[in-house]
Design a protein around this ligand. Structure first.
Ligand code: FAD
Length: 461
């Protein structure tokens, strides 16, 4: 394509702001419409999920946008899971082999502000207080509402990218025009956020360089550090049952739950009752679509296309990977010499073909990881399998790569990570059956299985 290349992005959240930066730097005329006010003026109004785990896929995408350095300045390293047993014992389970294989806790608001600043500097035009309300796909017009006043504003578009999150209004408009085959699967569990403040004299109250987990079978608490020496605690629990958000409804009932099941966490959360009363339970679920785009007119990315449950800490990482992939496909297809409309349709189709199987794979792994986090990390079978996994990684470098490593420290397609993880899980389960240490492992058999069933991963992944 030559001349101007207009593109309108709906949503200036994490994916919208990163994509705006990547495209504006490549010479696109980017307009971004966001329902909330400008957080640089009003302060960040994110509400939920105060911090997020950033892993290799997300870091790589930030690097592509020149954002990595600014973001990493505020990140807190998490080396592994610090498991808090009910009897008060704690155990650090490392995520990787050393400090080159870690994840990072970052503040959603700070990250969003950094990305908005970069997109702005790259030339993207922002339109805040513009909530997408309807789209005329044939006429090329859209209508926004300013929620402060109720006023409506129209704007034309050439092509639209929906980065407007799990409840995407663009998705609803596309679905109304030509059904997308949407299926939303809500989890019968929800979450509540609480805070561990800094210690009275300053400093973190518990080990800062870890993701803390209190696994309790059907429910759990986690805590991620923030660079201002606080932790954001998230309780994940069923909506119904004992315990469940229906039976643990009042602040007093919450305190009773913590006294019984999280006694070492309770003294760390002095405002438990106030936090409980302030924050309503957050909904969790996955969104699946058969189609992500409407020819060259509209495309969905990030949570709008494939919202997932947060248990692998990959929703944002995956959304960031989407942005890099989309920018690459848009360049490739605009270079191919077709008309702008055809080029966009080809780029959107290629993007969907690449990303949809991978999004489905991480959606699946995220659901599986909830069970692992809340019910397995304190289980002896799980621990011996992790020990064997580490041993096989050392015996077969590049061939037997632990599941968590493939998802969090590499950029191989999620679908490949899922396929290999399933083969590896079967090997681990069979080899450790009935064992309580690695002493009884039949190494010759396991080695033969690894070599027979797993090809070495390409070096660059
Ligand atoms: P969002 O970040 O939701 O941004 C959407 C934007 O669109 C917002 O700015 C919104 O205001 C705007 N918008 C919405 N509707 C409209 C409209 N009609 N018109 C205009 N603008 C609109 N991911 C990780 O990688 N690691 C983690 O550790 C992690 N932890 C999580 C914990 C919890 C509890 C939850 C709920 C999620 C977590 N995630 C995590 C997932 C992550 O938050 C999302 O995947 C990520 O925010 C998706 O980015 P997005 O830009 O697609 O959507």
């Amino acid at each position: 394509m030559t001349g101007t290349r207009p593109i309108s992005i709906i949503g200036a959240g994490l994916a919208g702001a990163l994509l705006a930066t990547l495209l504006a730097r490549r010479g696109w005329d980017v307009d971004v419409y966001e329902k909330r006010g400008d957080p640089r003026i009003k302060g960040y109004e994110g509400g939920r999920s105060i911090n997020l785990a950033l892993a290799e896929r997300g870091r790589y995408a930030l690097q592509q946008a020149g954002a990595e350095e600014a973001v990493m300045r505020q990140a807190v390293m998490m080396r592994g899971r610090m498991v808090h047993f009910l009897d008060g014992r704690v155990q650090l389970q490392r995520y990787g082999r050393d400090d080159s294989e870690v994840i990072w806790s970052i503040h959603r608001g700070d990250l969003n502000l950094t990305l908005l600043g970069l997109a702005d500097a790259a030339g993207a035009q922002f339109h805040f207080n513009r909530r997408l309300s309807s789209v005329d796909f044939d006429g090329g017009d859209m209508v926004f509402v300013d929620d402060r006043t109720g006023a409506q504003h129209g704007a034309p578009f050439q092509t639209l990218v929906g980065a407007d999150g799990a409840g995407s209004a663009l998705r609803a408009a596309m679905d109304g025009y030509r059904p997308l085959g949407e299926r939303t699967a809500l989890l019968d569990h929800a979450y509540k956020e609480l805070e561990i403040p800094p210690a009275p004299g300053g400093g973190f109250r518990i080990e800062p360089n870890a993701l803390h987990i209190w696994p309790r079978g059907n429910y759990m608490c986690i805590a991620l550090p923030n660079d201002e020496q606080t932790f954001t605690v998230t309780l994940f629990m069923p909506n119904h049952g004992d315990p469940g958000f229906d039976t643990v409804a009042t602040p007093a009932e919450a305190r009773a739950l913590f006294e019984r099941d999280f006694p070492d966490a309770l003294p760390l959360i002095p405002e438990l009752e106030a936090d409980w009363a302030r924050n309503p339970p957050g909904v969790l679920g996955s969104v699946y679509l058969d189609r992500w785009h409407l020819d060259g007119r509209a495309l969905l990315i990030g949570d709008a296309a494939h919202a997932m449950v947060p248990f692998h800490g990959q929703g944002m990482n995956c959304a960031f990977e989407d942005c890099v992939a989309l920018a690459r496909h848009l360049e490739a297809d605009s270079a191919a010499g077709a008309s702008p409309r055809q080029a966009l349709a080809a780029a959107f189709a290629a993007f969907e073909a690449e990303r949809k199987p991978n999004a489905a794979a991480i959606q699946h792994m995220a659901l599986e990881n909830y069970i692992e986090m809340r019910d397995k990390v304190d289980d002896p079978d799980f621990l011996i399998q992790r020990a064997l996994e580490a041993a096989l990684q050392a015996r077969h470098p590049g061939r037997f790569v632990p599941h968590y490593t493939m998802v969090s420290f590499m950029r191989i397609p999620y679908a490949v990570a899922l396929e290999r993880s399933e083969i590896q899980r079967r090997i681990l389960e069979a080899a450790t059956q009935g064992l309580d240490s690695l002493d009884g492992v039949d190494w010759a058999r396991v080695d033969a299985e690894v070599i027979g069933k797993l090809q070495p991963l390409p070096q660059e992944s």
